[in-house]
Design a protein around this ligand. Sequence first.
Ligand code: UD1
Ligand code: MG
Length: 457
Amino acid sequence: METRYAIILAAGKGTRMKSKLYKVLHPVAGKPMVEHIINRVVETKPSEVITIVGHGAEMVKEQLGDRSQYALQAEQLGTGHAVLQAEPFLKGKKGTTLVISGDTPLLTTETLNNLFEYHQGKKASATILTAHAEDPTGYGRILRDHVGIVKKIVEQKDATIEEARVQEINTGTYCFDNEALFDALTRVGTNNVQGEYYLTDIIEILKNEGKTVAAYQTDSFEESLGVNDRVALANANKSMRARINTMHMMNGVSFIDPANTYIDEGVQIGSDTIIEAGVHIKGKTVIGEDCFIGANSQIVDSVIEDKVKIYSSSIEESVVHSNADIGPFAHLRPKADIGVGAHIGNFVEVKNATVGENTKVGHLTYVGDATLGKEINVGCGVVFVNYDGKKKHRTNVGDHSFIGSAANLVAPLEIANNTSIAAGSTITKDIPEYALAIARAKQENKENYAKRMPFLN
Ligand code: UD1
Ligand code: MG
């Protein structure tokens, strides 16, 4: 294989996004667009990757890290000028250079490899990746001569009415003979409506110098979508989502309504898991086999083991072990660890807490900063009182204990195995094994007193 290089264009501000966030950092399926690009680029095995940074340079560099080298384009004078910034890295080197925009997140590795191979096969100086667009608005148009040979690319803003009708568009991705690229770039001018150095002009320059220019047309316009505004961003997310969900379905995951299920790239899901509509699964989440993820659940950066059932709940940075069930309407906040077969019921919030095997926390309860052993029953409306206004404190509850409804457990507390806490107690002291703790006012019945109450008159 010839030596491959890659240049990623990522210096633009993305004015049309009307955003404080730099364009290439806008997420598609949970990852910044430029992250998708670098992943695909790296899969084509280039010996060097140079990313052109400008607006948001530090953030882009932080995102890509040492997977790329960086060239700063201090002023954004156009895509041709952007590529020229890679000259100190690549000038004089032999090989093929892929130039790709940071705003085309749907391109696949397969398409990029096909482009490289087509370019190689044609022995071209430049090969443009093109696509057929039903609506080519906004893209550069590919102009061919009467026998179909590429002549040049004309930008939308510079196109005549007739040229604008052309439906073959420039995807903004190209392969170049590396030496021919940097040689021709020095001859790109700014004679166009935007007064910019267009990379696209290089095609006509090479052509006029008698070099071979080719075009490789993908059959997927969807893949070549360039994201310049929020409408395109939403479309990119939709396409990426469909691609991700299809992959999961092919792997044996059932979706009730895939068009309304939102799964980030990189999420793993085991076979025979069923996912209902309106579910969002984000970040580094891993879900096991035979799970049920009910409607409108939200799961972020969490591990869900096999045979777990989640009903309309919100889960962040947590672990749910096998056979547990969560919800409806439960909230697992960071560092919740729910044991095998445990039950977390409706309106239960768990934070920085371990809930042991087969322990049941059924209703209206807050478990914060606590360790619960196994086979504990937590009644309705129990509060683990963990915060004194300044500091958080922990409560440990031993195995086989019973916590009555509406108990308040004021941390720090050590509650041994096999204890029982009477309903309505406010516990402030540790409880030894086999003790029953009652901490509530004694009931007194005042005979016939109710007759004096206004509501009985
Ligand atoms: C570009 C192409 C157009 C093509 C389209 C495909 C040019 C002149 N036009 O238009 O033919 O159909 O992509 O999506 O190349 N950038 C820099 N520095 C700059 C300018 C841009 O790094 O000075 C980067 C941007 O961050 C972006 C990429 O280059 O990632 C493309 O720039 P953009 O402004 O999106 O170009 P388009 O108008 O989409
Ligand atoms: Mg663009």
